[in-house]
Design a protein around this ligand. Structure first.
Ligand code: KG4
Ligand code: ZN
Length: 369
């Protein structure tokens, strides 16, 4: 079984070919960083146009690198949501056209399911597992019970952790995109230099909060001369990163404690999404898993950030179960993984990156509460 995957839900145009025996034959990612850099975040209209300009070439490149013709494929998968709708439409229409012309099954993949199942592609992880999904638009803890079967344990009541990294980086005068540049700056910094709050520490449950931490950094940064002295920039970055990591660990600890009672069969933590490429966070989670006797899986960084191999893989998982979609599938700006879960609190504000993906999902969740 060989599937072409297409990802266009945010600011990466991506195409990949993946096989059912877990080989990634090609994985092409074109980042739109330069297009969005002047605005300090993703501009949905610019993203949609860039996807349109590049998608055909990228699909061709992925097919060439894999040495495939369309006739060799078993199906075509595209991110069907949640995401910036202009981009999602471009990917879905491209996949539908290829599927229609070549008589192939079409699979509409939930972008979050792509992140959630990546560890099964990279490490052949078995169900069930605890998933910490940390990206620019999402911060959730879920039990992954099977393909399409997710139970939400907690999510953020304000900012997603990647969003907090991005905004904090901006406050510190670090270059866009914020997450990776903050991590880089932090390597030279002292994480104990500044005392920052550990959001939600000691609170029951598995919800997250990062806006207080971000505000605490802002207060410290605003009291400093501009541009920030390099030492202060590095120390503040390291202090923020340590606080964020500790908060994530605390929430995961609560989840593991709860699951010990209700779901003792869950014995593994998987981390996914762009923030999962952060080394400090990976190390902190490894330590926590040691305490609980949990296995720990973190996909390689290039498969944590947005890519199409995860979409192709989720497509394979769905195709194996006969979960194909009709060509009448409508792209979805919002698409929660656990539709039965209720949001703790809808997000008050959106932000440029992932704003549609995130705000729309929160609205969907809130509508059920
Ligand atoms: O999964 P992803 O590529 O896109 C979304 O679905 O949002 O995640 C992007 C997010 C951004 O907020 C980015 O700053 C963050 O992941 N990120 C990181 C790192 N690499 C990417 N955050 C912290 N440390 C990193 N190394
Ligand atoms: Zn993502």
């Amino acid at each position: 079984m060989i599937v072409l995957g297409i990802e266009t839900s945010c600011d990466e145009t991506a195409a990949a070919i993946v096989t059912a025996d877990r080989r990634i034959l090609s994985n092409v990612v074109l980042s739109q960083l330069e297009e969005h850099r002047p605005y300090g975040g993703v501009v949905p209209e610019i993203a949609a146009r860039a996807h349109l300009d590049h998608i055909d070439r990228l699909v061709g490149q992925a097919m060439d690198e894999a040495g495939m013709g369309f006739a060799d494929l078993s199906g075509v998968a595209a991110t069907g949501g949640p995401g910036l709708i202009g981009g999602v439409i471009v990917g879905v229409m491209t996949a539908k056209a290829i599927a229609a012309v070549h008589g192939l099954p079409f699979l509409a993949v939930n972008h979050l399911e792509g992140h959630a199942l990546t560890a099964r592609l990279t490490d052949n992880v078995a169900f069930p597992y605890l998933l910490l999904l940390v990206s620019g638009g999402h911060c959730q803890l879920l039990v992954v019970e099977g393909v399409g079967r997710y139970a939400l344990l907690g999510s953020t009541i304000d900012d997603a952790v990647g969003e907090a990294f991005d905004k904090t980086a901006k406050m510190l005068g670090l270059p866009y995109p914020g997450g990776p540049s903050l991590e880089k700056a932090a390597t030279a910094g002292d994480p104990a230099r500044y005392t920052l709050p550990r959001p939600m520490l000691g609170r029951p449950g598995c919800d997250f909060s990062f806006s207080g931490l971000k505000t605490a950094v802002r207060h410290i940064a605003e009291a400093m001369p501009r541009p920030l002295p390099e030492r202060a920039q590095a120390d503040l970055a390291a202090s923020f990163q340590a606080a964020a990591a500790e908060s994530l660990v605390n929430r995961c600890r609560n989840a593991m404690t709860m699951l010990g009672q209700s779901h003792p069969e869950v014995r593994r933590l998987v981390v996914a999404g762009g923030v999962a490429s952060n080394q400090t966070i990976r190390t902190a989670l490894t330590g926590l898993c040691g305490d609980f006797g949990y296995g720990f899986t973190a996909p390689p960084p290039r498969l944590c950030t947005d890519n199409a191999a995860m979409i192709a893989w989720a497509g394979i998982e769905r195709l194996r179960l006969g979960l194909t979609d009709g060509l009448d599938f409508a792209p979805r700006p919002r698409w929660p993984l656990d539709p039965d879960a209720v949001s703790v609190q809808p997000r008050a504000t959106a932000r440029p990156r992932d704003s549609a993906r995130d705000a729309a999902q929160s609205t969907a969740l809130a509508a059920r509460s």
